[in-house]
Design a protein around this ligand. Structure first.
Ligand SMILES: [Zn+2]
Length: 137
């Protein structure tokens, strides 16, 4: 597994070469389909795309967990606990998580600015839905 620092931006630079495919359905992740109804409640429309406000899904225990475990390159962006997951979410300056397939051009077109990608644990990944997950192996 390649190591990735929080805040890297896939597809924007040399990272594109090593950036693996956008998350593809696998058997182990069928659970996402079941939770799709809950996921859609979290999304809002911003300039024509579905986004998720971080403050609508970030755990109330995030700060406590970061304080307890420290803030590291593998700290889950949603709950603040350390994670061994290789999934990331793409975060923007407006406080939105954006779908994984949004590239630099579209980001600008939608009037958004990237803050980079951050780790998300497998449990918290269930809250966002596969279209928001970036897999980095
Ligand atoms: Zn988490």
């Amino acid at each position: 597994m390649l190591s990735v620092e929080p805040g890297f931006v896939p597809g924007f630079s040399s990272a594109k070469k090593i950036f693996s495919k956008i998350f593809v359905e696998t058997e182990s992740l069928c659970i996402f389909a079941k939770q799709n109804n809950n996921i859609m409640k979290n999304t809002i429309n911003h300039n024509g795309i579905e986004v998720i406000k971080l403050n609508s899904i970030r755990s109330a225990k995030y700060d406590d967990n970061v304080e307890r475990h420290g803030e590291h390159s593998n700290t889950c962006f949603i709950c603040g606990k350390p994670t061994g997951s290789h999934w990331f979410v793409h975060f923007t300056t407006r406080g939105f998580l954006i779908p994984a397939d949004i590239d630099e051009t579209e980001l600008e077109f939608r009037n958004l600015e990237s803050q980079g990608c951050f780790p998300i644990g497998s449990e918290c990944a269930k809250k966002v839905g596969k279209q928001f997950l970036i897999e980095f192996k």
